[in-house]
Write a new protein. Structure first.
Length: 91
């Protein structure tokens, strides 16, 4: 069954964009990049990766973070994962 969509409005630039109904407020604005307060951030993902119990869990967190963070933040997260697990386990 397809997920229901909702229209979100960016409080910064007023751009309207569609997201899954249960994720309104969880995604950055595709036009200006504004991210709502309390949305996932680099520090939260870094902490979660450090607490991960397996390379698979860390990899799942990296995939999820890719929806929210820019490439420079993703590079930092990959480094955190590689500190905890060998690089070939998180690639």
């Amino acid at each position: 069954m397809p997920r229901e969509a909702a229209m979100c409005s960016c409080p910064n630039c007023r751009h309207r964009f569609a997201v899954p109904a249960d994720e309104c407020g969880d995604h950055p604005c595709p036009r200006c990049g504004y991210m709502p307060a309390g949305a996932p951030d680099l520090a939260g993902y870094s902490r979660s990766i450090r607490e991960a119990d397996s390379p698979d869990e860390a990899q799942g967190l990296l995939r999820e973070a890719a929806d929210y963070l820019d490439e420079s933040d993703m590079d930092r997260l990959r480094a955190v994962a590689e500190e905890k697990f060998r690089p070939e386990e998180t690639a």
